[in-house]
Design a protein around this ligand. Sequence first.
Ligand SMILES: N[C@@H](CCC(=O)N[C@@H](CS)C(=O)NCC(=O)O)C(=O)O
Length: 200
Amino acid sequence: MIKLYGVPASRAFRCLWMLEEIGLDYEHEPINFTDETKTPSYKKLNPNGRIPTLVDGDTVLWESMAINLYLAAKYDGGLQPKSVEDLGHAYKWSFWAMTEVEKPLVDLMFHRSIFPEGQRDHKIADNAWKALETPLGIIDDALRDRTYLVGDSFTVGDLNPASVLSWLKLAKADLSSWPNLEAWFGACLSRPAAVKARKR
Ligand SMILES: N[C@@H](CCC(=O)N[C@@H](CS)C(=O)NCC(=O)O)C(=O)O
């Protein structure tokens, strides 16, 4: 049976959401990103000592975006893009979310809402928000005349970037300047599978 390691309040949420979308039976090991990821037995699976990790038979994978692209390719569940060209777009949005969005979004989230007030650096938060304006505008433009980022149905090409962007909620970001993004984001995160994954 498939096993996914990691609490939902971590990047493991991305893969839990994917597993719920596909509707697979899987085991969930909700280890936290503290000492539990640093044990010798866990580091045999994931030498980075991080979550998530997926075990599917003899295949052990880490990196949340890679896990989801693998799950879509192997189990589909409607989440795999229908053409190689669309698959290219799903890779594009997944790598883009990790390289262009994740770092400033983590800064924004910690310095706007997660750290206690005394530990927040408002300059870091302001710079992060400024850095996010371009990528948020890019998604908004891409959604100007379409419902999904890739193809004509919800796929891993939406799930991966939406799952990275989900931290915008924790960061209490005001998305009203990007109405297409705001509508798409709300629709993605209110999918039953996303809601269920949060509660794992
Ligand atoms: N690029 C990795 C990052 C994984 C990651 O940094 N996970 C965090 C939790 S959200 C973690 O396990 N941190 C523990 C640590 O760095 O010691 C992915 O997307 O899977």
